[in-house]
Design a protein around this ligand. Sequence first.
Ligand SMILES: Nc1ncnc2c1ncn2[C@@H]1O[C@H](COP(=O)(O)OP(=O)(O)OP(=O)(O)O)[C@@H](O)[C@H]1O
Length: 427
Amino acid sequence: MSETLTPTTGDKATATGILLEDVTKRFPGQDKPAVGGLTMEIPRGSIVMLVGPSGCGKTTTLKMINRLIEPSSGRIILDGEDVTGIDGDQLRRGIGYVIQAGGLFPHMTVAANIAVVPKMLNWDKDRIQSRVDELLELVSLDPALYRDRYPKELSGGQQQRVGVARALAADPPVLLMDEPFGAVDPITRQRLQDELLHIQSELNKTIVCVTHDFDEAVKLGDWIAIFDEGAQLVQYDSPERILANPANEFVENFIGSGAGLKQLTLTRVNEVELASPITAGIGDLASDTLSRLQGAGEQNAVVLDERERPIQWLSRRQLSRLDRHTDAVDPKLPVISEQSTLNDALDTMLVSSTGAALVTGPRDRFLGLVTVQTVMEAITAANDAAQQGSSSAPVGLNSGGIRRGTETDGQAAVQDDAGAAAGQGTR
Ligand SMILES: Nc1ncnc2c1ncn2[C@@H]1O[C@H](COP(=O)(O)OP(=O)(O)OP(=O)(O)O)[C@@H](O)[C@H]1O
C-alpha cells in the first residue's frame, strides 16, 4: 500500500482526476488556516462528496480547485497538469461549477445562460444552439418550452437543472458542485439527485460536491471525505465502509442514528433484479388482461401508454369492471426511477401500501417492479459487501496544517487506517 501513499509524481497525478497536494489556505486575519496541509486524490470519473461541520473548509477546498480561491501554498494538479500557476479564467472555462439555486444570471434567458462558456470559447451560433437544446434534453427540460424563459419564470428545481446544464456546456471533464440541491424541497432534491446520477452514468465526469446532507453524500458519492475544522480529513472512504466502520466517534456522530437504514441508500434500483408483471396497452380488452393475470397467478397488471410509460396499475377486481383499457393516467401510481435508491423505493412502497413500486428508465419507459422482498434481500447483500469490500480508498491526509508537514507525518496519518484518511494521526 505504501507506494500509493505519496502522490507526488507526475505518473501518479496522471492516474488521478484531481490531486490536491499539501494545499493550505490562510485567510488574512484568521489565526488558523481554513484548509491545513490537505493532500487528497480525486479519482478520475468518480463522485467525491465533501462533508463536515459548518466552517470546516469544504467550500474553500472546492474553490481552490478552480482557483476562485487562491491557495496560500501547495499544488493543484488536474489530469496530470499542475494548474496552480496558470491563468485562473482560462482554468475555470474548463471546469464546470454549480452553486446553490443554479446561480443563473437573472437578466439572461435560459439559452443565454447555458451559452456563456461556449460563447467565450467562440463557438459558432449553430453549434451553440444545438448544444443548448441537447443540454436541456439532458436535464429533462423541453427545449421548446424553456430555452427562451428567464430564470424567474422557472421553479427552484428547474433553475438548478439549468445550472447543471450551464456547467456542462463546454463538456468539461471536471464538475464542482457547492450544495447544488440545498435550496429545493425534498422531493425535487431526490429527483435532481437521480438525474445527476443518470447524467454521470452517461458522461462519467470527475465530480467534487459539497453537501451538508450526509444521506446525500451516501447516495451520490463513490467516495466521501469527512472533514473536521481546517479541512482535517477524518475519514476518506467509500460510503459502505464509512457506514460499516466509522473511523471514530466524530464520524459516528456525523453519520447520526440509523446507520443500518442508511445502507438502503447505498443500493440503487438498477442494481437489483426487477420483476416483470403482466402489462397491457391502451385499447386492449380488460378481459384478456384478466385471463392472462389468472393464467400467471398474479394479482395486478400494469397499463402502458403508446410510449411504454406506466399509466395505471389495476387489480383483478378493477379489471373485471372494465371493458377496454383507457388512456387515463393514475396520478397516484407508485413510480420510481431506476436511479432511485432502495430507500426511496421503500418510501414509495410504504406511502402507496402496495408492497411494490413501478420502475421507469430513460424517457419514463417502464422497466419492471421492485418489491419489498427484493429490498430485504438487497440489505443483506449490501451488509455482506461492506464487510468484505477490499478496493482501496484514494489517498487523503493532512500534513499538519500550521507546521508544514513532513513525509513522516503524512505516512503515519494514512497507515493508521488502510489508506483511508485519519488526520488525527497528525493533530
Ligand atoms: N473570504 C474569507 N475571508 C476570511 N475567512 C474566510 C473567508 N472564506 C471563508 N473563511 C473562513 O474559512 C473557514 C472555512 O470556510 P468554508 O466556507 O470553506 O467552510 P464550509 O465548510 O464550506 O462551511 P459551510 O458548511 O458553513 O458552508 C471558516 O472559518 C470561514 O469563516
